[in-house]
Design a protein around this ligand. Structure first.
Ligand code: NDP
Length: 277
């Protein structure tokens, strides 16, 4: 069994990006908007800001109060759409209930939508003509590439069908010519589907729900889930120790998919910069 070391792979990607930035005449710029004071969101935003600085990007961290109106938030996004220093705009989700997240995302200019959530970017991925890819699934594809395994013809099972992870993940795998099964909370006999899978991607949000004996011998296991146990420990959606007995490659939590998501956000910001030039 081999560990897919997301922390190390993300560092390699950041180093590569930093080298490219040195040669540019202007630093690529990322703006991250945080609405309210949710502590977990604040940590994600701080990590993104720090990562930007590490690779030499220009970073704007914009904090807005939780009672910001829809109109004010959309105006802020329009301002950033028109700001030449800014190549990527990200609005940290979830947003307070009175704000329409969908409208907010659709207001971000497609060329600056570095989260890849705008319907036009989602549609392009569906058509296998991607422009800016959603970060987590793209990061997973980078991790899978490091195993050297050709995904074409592989049976892949994605557990979870959210717009930000499961669905785009399935599209990325399909675009790599894998055969993809997408599971959701109504899926019957999940274990039987997983037992046939060459590649499992878990993105559910239920601690250790995927059992070790559901993993086929030699399968690749990617755990996107981040769950905090009562004792404070962070775990994924996969029972890591048991699954590692069968997997050929497996991502740990923490230190797997998480660091790749942020590194991929930076990669997308550089792509957005290059596209805008
Ligand atoms: P959502 O809650 O938006 O989606 C969860 C998905 O899992 C839904 O499609 C749901 O089905 C499905 N599901 C729920 N229960 C089951 C079940 N018993 N069997 C099969 N499918 C089930 O979560 P996200 O996609 O946003 O996130 C998933 C996990 O990934 C979370 O732990 C999150 O913290 C983590 N995450 C990690 C990231 C990283 O960078 N590492 C980035 C983003 C998320 P249905 O559609 O029927 O409701």
């Amino acid at each position: 069994m081999n560990i897919i070391d997301g922390k190390k792979i993300a560092q390699t990607l950041r180093n590569k990006l930093a080298k490219k930035v040195e040669k540019l005449d202007r630093a690529p710029g990322l703006a991250v908007i945080l609405v309210g004071d949710d502590p977990a969101s604040a940590v994600y935003v701080r990590n993104k800001d720090n990562a930007c600085r590490e690779v030499g990007f220009y970073s704007e961290k914009i904090n807005k109060p939780s009672d910001i109106t829809q109109k004010q938030l959309l105006a802020e996004i329009q301002r950033l759409n028109n700001d030449d220093k800014i190549d990527g705009i990200l609005v940290q989700l979830p947003l307070p209930d009175h704000l329409d997240a969908n409208l907010v995302i659709e207001t971000i200019a497609v060329q600056k939508d570095v989260d890849g959530f705008h319907s036009e970017n989602v549609g392009k991925l569906m058509q296998n003509k991607p422009y800016l890819h959603p970060c987590t699934p793209k990061g997973v594809m980078t991790l899978l590439a490091t195993t050297g395994i050709d995904l074409a013809g592989k049976d892949c099972v994605v557990v979870g069908a959210s717009n930000i992870v499961g669905r785009p993940m399935a599209m990325e795998l399909l675009n790599a010519r894998a055969t993809v099964t997408i599971c959701n909370s109504k899926t019957t006999d999940l274990s039987a589907k997983l037992k046939r899978a060459d590649v499992v991607v878990a993105a559910v949000g239920i601690a250790q729900m995927i059992q070790g004996d559901w993993i086929k011998k030699g399968a690749v296991v990617i755990d996107v889930g981040i769950n905090r146990l009562d004792n404070g420990k962070l775990v994924g959606d996969v029972d890591f120790d048991a699954a590692a007995q069968n997997a050929s490659w497996i991502t740990p939590v923490p230190g797997g998919v998480g660091p790749m998501t942020i590194a991929t956000l930076l990669e997308n910001t550089l792509t957005a910069y290059q596209n805008r030039k």
